[in-house]
Design a protein around this ligand. Structure first.
Ligand SMILES: C=C(O[C@@H]1C=C(C(=O)O)C=C[C@H]1O)C(=O)O
Length: 365
């Protein structure tokens, strides 16, 4: 190692002393911030206002990202992750939020839940998408997180179907980039007999597996996290799962990013009981059916077109009430409290035999 001159050593310790002072100041300020959040919490409880206010959190992120642009020393991309945890921790002094997600631990849904609510809420794994909905209805949790569509594998039909049976609302959305890695305790691929993963992950990694593990048996399990658990003590097995799963189950990543698509994203939705306030950058989701006649879909969507409302998604699902009877799942830009959205949906509701608002929520950033 290069000899460090005395004056450089002194300078280094002076710099570190200054950093220590700043860290102490940050802790003092964090405590001040938490105290104020707690006071806000008292007022909210007194007036029965919701503890979690995504529109306020969104406003804070946007303001601080803009402010940081002025200084440019601290990387702007990390303002949101840092403040997400600060806000999450401050919020936890008001009330302990409970969030059910499609488990087990270390699924991509778990990651999405942490990315959205931060670490300081109780993230509770449940076994099925239906359980996520049921836990909210029973009042055991405040929110739920479930996957809804993937850029490669398409929609998670099961999640959409749940909205026909449950009267819950979409209160947020999360978009997560998915990277699938090969992991195990034995890096020697020639000794691998079995690969565990979820059906979607196998579909994504087919090319890589064909080339590199052509003789291994592919075993489908309910989630990528379960796959990692299956491989954790088995010298002849590997799993295809997330980095978080490798961490939790103590697996070594043998090959990174073996999924063939560069842009593999999954969209998750947050479900709750109430529609959050507008943020100015929102989406509204609703479902409707049409009469069985010429131009029915065209006519039903006309109220949106007339007002220049942008539709970002439409998806049809069998209604299960009659053969060839369909329900359309639709996303548009805007919030149900916006005048033109409210009017358009009123009109649409009058034309449709079946209509239901699924929620208005801040668009994923
Ligand atoms: C403190 C509040 O409550 C929660 C915590 C927030 C924070 O720590 O900044 C912001 C919004 C709320 O989800 C608030 O509503 O202002």
């Amino acid at each position: 190692m290069k000899e460090i001159p005395q004056e450089v050593k002194e300078n280094l310790s002076k710099l570190r002393e200054q950093i220590d002072k700043i860290d102490e100041e940050i802790v003092r300020l964090l405590n001040k911030r938490a105290k104020l959040a707690k006071e806000v919490g008292h007022i909210k409880k007194q007036y029965r206002l919701p503890i979690y206010v995504p529109s306020r959190e969104r406003e804070i992120f946007e303001r601080l990202i803009k402010l940081n642009e002025k200084y440019k020393e601290f990387p702007t991309d990390y303002i949101k992750p840092v403040f997400r945890e600060i806000i999450s921790a401050c919020r936890s002094t008001e009330e302990n939020l409970k969030v059910a997600y499609l488990g087990p631990k270390a699924t991509f849904t778990h990651q999405a839940s942490i990315q959205y609510f931060g670490q300081a809420v109780e993230h509770i794994p449940v076994a099925t998408i239906k359980d996520v909905f049921e836990e909210i209805v029973k009042g055991k949790v405040d929110f739920g997180v479930v996957p809804v569509e993937n850029t490669i594998e398409g929609v998670v039909n099961y999640t959409l179907d749940m909205f026909m049976d449950f009267d819950l609302k979409i209160t947020g959305e999360i978009i997560l980039e998915i990277s699938l890695h090969l992991m195990g305790i034995n890096p020697n691929l020639s000794e691998i007999e079995r690969v565990y993963s979820h059906r979607h992950a196998f579909a994504e990694c087919r090319d890589w597996l064909h080339k590199n593990l052509p003789n291994a048996q592919l075993i489908e399990v309910e989630s990528t996290a379960k796959a990692a658990e299956m491989a954790k003590d088995d010298y002849e097995s590997v799993a295809i799962a997330s980095e978080a799963a490798a961490d939790i189950y103590g697996l070594h990543i043998i090959e990174r990013k073996i999924d063939k698509h560069l842009h593999n994203f999954t969209r998750f939705i947050v479900i709750g009981k109430d529609i959050p306030k507008p943020t100015g950058n929102d989406k509204t989701s609703f479902i409707f059916s049409v009469k069985n006649e010429v131009g029915a879909l065209y006519k039903t969507l006309e109220p949106l077109y007339k007002r220049g409302i942008n539709m970002t998604k439409i998806e049809s699902r069998p209604s299960k009430k009659g053969a060839w009877d369909y329900i359309f799942f639709t996303d548009i830009e805007g919030h149900i409290e916006n005048k033109n959205i409210k009017e358009a949906l009123k009109e649409l509701e009058n034309i449709s035999p079946y209509f239901k608002i699924l929620g208005s929520y801040p668009k994923a950033q």
